[in-house]
Design a protein. Structure first.
Ligand code: PMP
Length: 437
């Protein structure tokens, strides 16, 4: 394959196409913890694809279920009709919600699950007869997908810049992180809970009766693994309750066993009003997203003050038979192998292995929780991001796939990882970091 030629047609997401043409990473297959490149090299997947292949690659239970679905019912609309697997999936997902109940809206991605959550929040307030509640509150360093609404509540400048103006009536809280005060934290940082009072500051400027919802990732994932300070989420919950504001947890990364629990909400003991999930939901094998609302939201909507109680929202592929089959089979695998909590058993050794890197030259911070870890490197003067790219390349050369953002290295292996594989990931990282500076 002539790569430069192929790239004339394939405009790749989040990829500097020209650079990719010079050093392509192309994969032909995947099994268990490993990818195989088109030139036959096994690559240990230290990032679960993109935080999604939690049960490991090529799970027969899942691929067989997709195959059967494709051969039986290739497509049926979910607008005023459906198929049994979609109902079964929503029932089982709602049982996994923190209260063991909820109402599930299906979509195809994390971005769609987030947009759906924000729409549910506004519609809920309208149903209650409080249409003035339209404002959303997000947070710096947040990633909520690439839909216009997710981008608007998200907090990453470089993602937003080219596309502004975004959704109006969005405020942002600061992110509760300071490397001086909460650097090298293991699990929940002890410092920073007071940052939740940023929400009060927003409400001092904007009348609380204009605020529909607050959205946060319980652990900021793709921007560099920032666990919530102890007490922070509880405080956000309190403030939301006080002012009648809905709290949304975006659990696209943190759900499905990544933190050793069904959802981060369960691990942290804080119940949001709406949860979004995707990625691990189908083990990455088919596109699917889900938005889970607490019963009172659904009940209000169904008995609401508006003339039309229909949720005028949905996607052609909402509840797609192949995706539902993949998600049901994924949940079977999770139940059978107890992947919901498996991460807890290896979290300590994962944490120790990550923090062992703290003594390396130019490591500025190490953070971890569940099976998520981030290592910040001191940027090379005048060349931000270059060091992390060098480490990334050295790891790949040594047969380990990691992820980088800016000068942060990120690790999030499949939950089925064996301790020896975790050792290999971090020893490869150690060597790779040793090759720079
Ligand atoms: N929310 C969070 C927290 C995410 O991490 C992501 C994806 N990394 C998304 C939303 C968007 O998901 P998708 O790429 O499936 O649209």
């Amino acid at each position: 394959m002539n790569n430069a030629e192929s790239l004339r047609s394939y405009w790749m997401p989040f990829t500097a196409n020209a650079k990719f043409a010079a050093a392509p990473r192309l994969f032909s297959s995947a099994e268990g913890m490993f990818y195989t490149t088109t030139d036959g090299r096994p690559i240990l997947d230290a990032i679960a694809g993109l935080w999604c292949v939690n049960a490991g690659h090529g799970r027969r239970e899942i691929t067989d279920a997709i195959k059967t679905a494709a051969e039986t019912l290739d497509f049926v609309s979910s607008f005023q009709m459906g198929h049994p697997a979609a109902f079964e999936l929503c029932r089982r997902l709602s049982e996994k919600a923190p209260e063991g109940k909820g109402h599930v809206f299906l979509s195809n991605s994390g971005s769609e699950a987030v947009d759906t959550a924000l729409k549910i929040a506004r519609g809920y307030h309208r149903s209650r007869g409080e249409p003035s509640r339209t404002r959303f509150v997000g947070r710096a360093r947040a990633y909520h997908g690439m839909g216009w609404a997710g981008l608007s509540v998200g907090g990453i400048g470089r993602h937003r810049r080219d596309f502004e103006p975004l959704l109006p009536q969005v405020s942002h809280m600061r992110h509760p992180y300071d490397p001086q005060k909460s650097g090298f934290s293991r699990g929940l940082p002890e410092w920073g809970a007071d940052f939740a009072n940023d929400l009060e500051n927003v409400l001092a400027v904007h009348d609380p009766t204009t605020v529909a919802a607050v959205i946060v990732e319980p652990v900021a994932g793709s921007t560099g693994v920032f666990a919530p300070p102890r007490g922070y989420l509880e405080r956000l919950r309190q403030i939301c309750d006080k002012h009648g504001i809905l709290l949304i947890f975006d659990e696209v990364i943190t759900g499905f066993g990544r933190l050793g629990s069904t959802f981060a909400a369960k691990r942290f003991g804080v119940t949001p009003d709406i949860i979004t999930c995707a990625k691990g939901l189908s083990n990455g094998a088919a596109p699917i997203g889900a938005t889970i609302a607490r019963p009172f939201i659904y009940d209000t909507w169904m008995n609401g003050a508006r003339d039309a109680i229909e949720f005028s929202h949905g996607y052609t592929y909402s509840g797609h038979p192949l995706s539902c089959a993949a998600a049901l089979a994924t949940m079977d695998v999770f139940d059978k192998e107890d992947l919901w909590t498996r991460g807890l058993g290896i979290e300590q050794m994962f944490e120790d292995a990550a923090h062992d890197l703290a003594d390396r030259n130019c490591v500025r911070d190490v953070r971890n929780i569940g099976l998520l870890a981030a290592i910040d490197l001191e940027p090379e003067p005048g060349k931000p991001g270059v060091r992390a790219q060098q480490v990334n390349a050295a790891c790949f050369e040594a047969g380990v796939l990691i992820r980088t953002t800016g000068d942060t290295l990120m690790i999030s292996p499949p939950i089925v990882a064996e301790p020896a594989q975790i050792d290999r990931i971090f020893s490869t990282l150690r060597n790779a970091i040793g090759t720079i500076a």
